[in-house]
Ligand binder design. Structure first.
Ligand SMILES: [Ca+2]
Ligand SMILES: [Ca+2]
Length: 97
């Protein structure tokens, strides 16, 4: 579901939300975020083997490293380590209908 986001609206699960960024030069950029299950690093609304493959490819990397995938940093501490894998394992097998 692609839904235009309204200011003040809370994003619910399984949504792709668009928003605009206005930079200091008055340039507007359109961006999308996906609200999904923790561990769904590829954004297809499930946590499966493809998500594990992706987190394994980035395992051990820190923010700024080549190959770092922000979606794989599930606890937001700027590295991809066992704590992120634990979160993914907790949600493994879940999907939105
Ligand atoms: Ca997935
Ligand atoms: Ca992390």
């Amino acid at each position: 579901m692609n839904t235009p986001f309204q200011f003040g609206q809370s994003a619910c699960a399984k949504q792709r939300v668009s928003f605009w960024i206005l930079d200091g030069n008055n340039n507007i950029t359109d961006r999308w975020i996906t609200v999904t299950i923790p561990g769904d690093v590829d954004g297809d609304f499930d946590v499966d083997i493809y998500d594990i493959v992706k987190i394994c490819a980035a395992y051990g990397l820190n923010k700024g490293d080549t190959g770092y995938i922000p979606n794989c940093d599930l606890n937001g501490d700027e590295d991809i380590d066992i704590y992120d894998v634990v979160i993914m394992c907790y949600f493994y097998g879940q999907k939105y209908p």
